[in-house]
Design a protein around this ligand. Structure first.
Ligand SMILES: Cc1cc2nc3c(=O)[nH]c(=O)nc-3n(C[C@H](O)[C@H](O)[C@H](O)COP(=O)(O)OP(=O)(O)OC[C@H]3O[C@@H](n4cnc5c(N)ncnc54)[C@H](O)[C@@H]3O)c2cc1C
Length: 381
């Protein structure tokens, strides 16, 4: 497979890194400690065009391919230290915009997409529940048909952006006896009576984005709120998951690159007993492994993005990408702390934050255990 980027694509990568260095240099530690989201940084990204990258030009976006979007999200992960912001952009692009673009009616696309591209409307993807999690289709939320409406009741947990989302893609059972084929998806505005976002939940990492519950109590929505056909919820969810698993970790590749640069500089400068610590094999081998993980992660990401671009329904590559990119950043985060010694453990230095931020990816969009189940089952086990 040829991954030669064109000059234009390389120039775009450089432009994105330059944008991050110019406009996204906010004090991440100051947001991380109290767990605050920077609406200003979000708007800067939207104004730069990030939230339109994967949207076709005829719908107001840039129409970039999945591969180019992956490369540019990698650039965000490299240039911007706010891993939470990069994650949130990814969830919006792959978790929310993909759903709208693929399954939304013209009216739904017109209602939500332009605001999403401008960074003025933020969507949430509300599937997870206390009783389901990895058993995703075991949700208890119901949407009962009533005349021309549906009445939704249930509680979603751990939802990214729940406390400030303007709308949510909500999955609910419209035919509880039909198993996964009885699940439907709805676009629900956050100001609909009966829709309530819970307080923000504190996470150990990715703290610059808010998370929480979405409580739906007799929440009445018109039939036009249905996303896709009744009973298509499981297929819609699986489709979104495939995009998420393939691409939401693209910034991880950039973050691995950023950590590698940081560790290299530190290993050259830091002297102990008159010797740069990078001259110790224990340190240099850690850095060599960081480089190895970065390059293999890149290949997996680009290959999977290309497959997605070509409309592949292969489940293996997204699962492998999800496992490898998430676990690689965790390992590189650990290595970066080890290389920085006590400084690496200091909150103020910011090195430890990368590890805290990395761990979430082993859980969201399907845990790495669940991805290994997929790989094993595709291998016939
Ligand atoms: C940062 C973050 C953001 C999130 N954002 C969203 C969001 O926007 N929308 C949303 O709907 N959800 C979101 N989630 C929730 C996420 O999808 C779930 O946490 C995830 O699917 C795991 O479900 P669970 O937490 O219930 O864990 P469980 O399913 O209870 O799993 C617990 C443990 O058991 C293991 N396990 C469970 N079943 C199996 C199995 N069959 N085989 C092997 N191991 C298994 C798991 O791997 C895990 O180690 C987010 C989570 C995080 C951490």
């Amino acid at each position: 497979m040829d991954f030669e980027w064109t000059k234009e694509e390389c120039d775009l990568y450089d432009e994105v890194v330059a944008f991050c260095k110019e406009s996204l240099q906010h004090d991440v530690a100051a947001l991380d400690a109290p767990s605050e989201f920077s609406r200003d940084a979000w708007k800067q990204c939207a104004d730069f065009g990030v939230l339109g990258w994967r949207v076709p030009t005829e719908q107001g976006g840039k129409g970039y391919s999945a591969t180019l979007s992956a490369l540019l999200m990698e650039a965000i992960g490299y240039g911007c230290e706010d891993n939470g912001l990069a994650f949130a952009l990814g969830t919006q692009m792959w978790g929310v915009q993909t759903a709208l673009l693929q399954f939304g009616s013209d009216a739904q696309v017109d209602k939500y997409l332009p605001g999403s591209i401008r960074g003025e409307l933020i969507g949430a993807h509300a599937m997870n529940e206390e009783s389901s999690g990895s058993d995703a289709f075991a949700i208890a939320t119901t949407a009962v048909p009533d005349g021309d409406d549906f009445v939704i009741s249930g509680e979603k947990t751990l939802v990214t952006f729940a406390p400030l989302a303007d709308f949510a893609v909500v999955f609910a059972k419209t035919a509880p006896d039909a198993g996964q084929w009885g699940i439907s998806a709805f676009l629900v505005d956050a100001d609909t009576p009966g829709y309530k976002a819970g307080d923000a939940d504190e996470m150990m990492g990715l703290r610059t984005v808010p998370y929480g519950r979405v409580v739906l109590h007799d929440c009445r929505v018109p039939a036009e709120s249905l996303l896709g056909k009744p009973g298509a919820g499981a297929s819609i969810f699986s489709f979104i998951q495939m995009w998420e698993r393939s691409l939401v970790l693209a910034p991880h590749v950039g973050a691995m690159h950023r950590l590698l640069d940081q560790c290299l500089a530190f290993a050259r400068e830091r002297k102990r007993a008159g010797l740069a610590i990078g001259k110790h094999q224990a340190v240099s081998h850690r850095i060599a492994n960081m480089k190895l993980r970065l390059e293999t992660a890149r290949l997996l990401l680009y290959q999977t993005a290309r497959q997605q671009q070509e409309g592949s329904s292969d489940l293996m590559a997204p699962a492998l990408t999800k496992i490898y990119l998430s676990e690689s950043l965790v390992q590189s985060g650990l290595d970066a702390i080890a290389i920085h010694g006590g400084d690496g453990y200091l909150t103020a230095a910011g090195v430890e934050r990368n590890l805290r931020d990395a761990i979430g990816a082993t859980i969201y969009s399907g845990t790495t255990d669940v991805q290994r189940n997929i790989v094993a089952s595709l291998l016939g086990l």
